[in-house]
Design a protein around this ligand. Structure first.
Ligand code: SF4
Length: 190
């Protein structure tokens, strides 16, 4: 396994899928390099593509509200996407684009080893947890895979479209904090 720096260089130069032709720049994950929580969304949007930073703009502000409701800041978590380059017009990423980019997310996960992985939205949940994942019914539920605890919450953009989802998503973030606490306590039971 190579270093995070090397991974970043590989992603910056990547042309494994056609999105390399239309992007301004790949958007690498950001945040804590020893995170308790890794947040994974589907893909960068227009602002992210311009600035090279995940979750800027209105959806980023919703994410900040959710993090703050759980006593967290962006420095406490690591935020990334399944695919690192923006799909034109913000369309959903195609399965072949997701598959081309997934090794980079696997590498991030292996390097950072977050005990908790939170999918932001349906597409990330269907890719990482279950292809039939129903975000409206299953958000906030937990599964354990390969040593990682995984859950999914509404994507911040979905909360912008339907603000009534904000409060239940804040509750899901409380459950994320609780899960992290349980994991820490199980490591140090006394
Ligand atoms: S989306 Fe991923 S696989 Fe496709 S060009 Fe960008 S970094 Fe490479």
């Amino acid at each position: 396994m190579y270093s995070y720096k090397k991974l970043e260089t590989i992603i910056q130069q990547c042309s494994r899928c056609p999105l390399s032709q239309s992007r301004n720049q790949p958007v690498m994950g950001r945040g804590n390099m020893k995170p308790g929580i890794m947040l994974v969304a589907e893909a960068p949007g227009a602002q992210e593509d311009l600035q090279g930073v995940p979750f800027v703009g209105p959806a980023g502000r919703v994410l900040d509200i959710l993090l703050a409701s759980a006593g967290l800041t962006r420095q406490d978590v690591y935020i990334t996407n399944i695919i690192k380059c923006r799909p034109p017009g913000n369309r959903d990423p195609k399965p072949e684009e997701q598959n081309a980019c997934l090794p980079f997310l696997r590498a991030e996960t292996t390097l950072l080893k977050p005990p908790v992985i939170v999918c932001l939205g349906r597409i990330a949940a269907q890719k990482l947890i279950d292809p039939n994942f129903k975000i409206t019914k299953q958000h906030g539920t937990w599964v354990q895979r390969k040593g990682y605890w995984m859950t999914a919450v509404y994507h911040p953009s979905a909360i912008l479209r339907d603000p009534s989802r904000l409060e239940e998503t804040k509750k899901d973030f409380q459950s994320i904090i609780q899960k992290l606490k349980e994991i820490e306590e199980s490591k140090f039971p006394l």
